[in-house]
Ligand binder design. Structure first.
Ligand code: PNS
Length: 173
């Protein structure tokens, strides 16, 4: 563990696509730390399948959602990354990773990742924030499924994402 204060954190994820739940976590990270980088992983999804949206599309959607004029997102940078998250943190000089926890179901997965990241890089702190209960049930996979089935998802994702989903799946959003 390092004694230096943490000023720059990364909010990592696949963001396939970004949801209001993610934006809530990003805003919370920004309240806590002066410098926040949203790191969009190029990697394949948890179940071995590739993301629905390309890396460029995912970066574009988050950038557009953060540029909505809200002061909660001021000064946040969005960057793609591939390979190990810890290497990316070192590359950009970030010493913390902020993630959101929803239900207990998130906990085991996040604990495993935090433990592994600690082994790889003990100087980078894993920090967890509780997302707003309003978004407790929101996930990218739920959004993709609803959109595929033609449901309106505009209550779960920012307008830019709802539009992209409609183009991709013909969802009624
Ligand atoms: O939104 P997600 O899919 O829960 O995000 C997972 C992500 C991208 C944060 C995680 O898979 C990750 O850190 N990937 C980079 C590869 C890596 O560093 N793996 C070792 C840590 S588990």
């Amino acid at each position: 563990m390092s004694n230096t204060n943490i000023t720059h954190v990364v909010v990592p994820g696949t963001f396939d696509p970004v949801t209001y739940g993610h934006l809530d976590v990003i805003a919370r990270a920004r309240r806590l730390f002066p410098q926040v980088t949203v790191a969009v992983a190029a990697s394949v999804g948890k179940n071995g399948t590739g993301p629905v949206f390309s890396l460029d599309e995912r970066v574009e959607m988050i950038s557009a959602a953060l540029a909505d004029g809200s002061s909660s997102f001021e000064g946040i940078e969005v960057r793609p990354f591939s390979g190990l998250l810890m290497n990316f943190c070192h590359e950009i000089g970030a010493s913390g990773v902020v993630k959101g926890l929803r239900a207990m179901t998130d906990f085991e997965y996040e604990l495993q990742q935090a433990d592994l990241n600690y082994r790889l890089s003990p100087g980078v702190e894993s920090i967890f924030v509780m997302g707003s209960p309003e978004f407790g049930y929101v996930s990218s996979s739920i959004v993709r499924e609803l959109a595929r089935l033609g449901s309106d998802v505009s209550f779960l994702v920012p307008p830019v994402v709802a539009k992209r989903l409609k183009e991709r799946f013909g969802a009624a959003c």
